[in-house]
Write a new protein. Structure first.
Length: 170
């Protein structure tokens, strides 16, 4: 029993259904590509670009932060140097003021000592004059008593001063 070969399909030569299915598959694939894949790819590309720009922004922000940190350190070091200079200048000014005040104080001390010494000398001379005057009077009175005659102090002043000088020498 031989079978009719015209009714059996040949699997090497496709029949029209397979060709229609392939064409329909390609049409569906084109529609999926146009309406699904391309928008998805576009979103993926946009997200990649957003991520790339975010990474670039991060890198530039990090480099800017590093530059700002260097600038901050430079400004801080400059401020510290300026502060050290101000402190040194203030210390020098304080030393100068202290030296000036010490000199002024020493000058005032010397002036007061000189004034006090002059006052003491003046008072010493006044006391000496008073004492000499009293001694002259006492010598004149003593000489009058010893001699028994009144002695004029104005007339014998040279003798009285000689006696007082001799008394000072002892």
């Amino acid at each position: 029993m031989l079978a009719d070969t015209s009714s059996t399909p040949n699997f090497i030569l496709p029949n029209a259904t397979i060709l229609v299915e392939v064409v329909l598959f390609l049409v569906v694939l084109g529609i999926v590509n146009a309406f699904v894949l391309k928008p998805v790819q576009r979103v993926i590309a946009e997200r990649e670009e957003t991520i790339r720009s975010g990474l670039q922004a991060r890198d530039s922000a990090q480099s800017e932060a590093a530059e700002l940190e260097q600038a901050r350190r430079a400004v801080l070091e400059e401020a510290r140097a300026e502060a050290r200079g101000l402190i040194e200048a203030a210390t020098r000014a304080a030393e100068e003021l202290r030296a000036t005040a010490r000199d002024d104080g020493q000058q005032e001390h010397d002036r007061l000592i000189a004034g006090a010494a002059a006052e003491i000398d003046r008072q010493r001379e006044q006391v000496r004059s008073d004492v000499l005057s009293r001694v002259e009077t006492m010598v004149g009175e003593a000489a009058s008593r010893v001699a028994g005659v009144p002695i004029d102090a104005a007339r014998h002043r040279d003798l009285i001063q000689l006696a007082v000088a001799a008394a000072e020498g002892n």
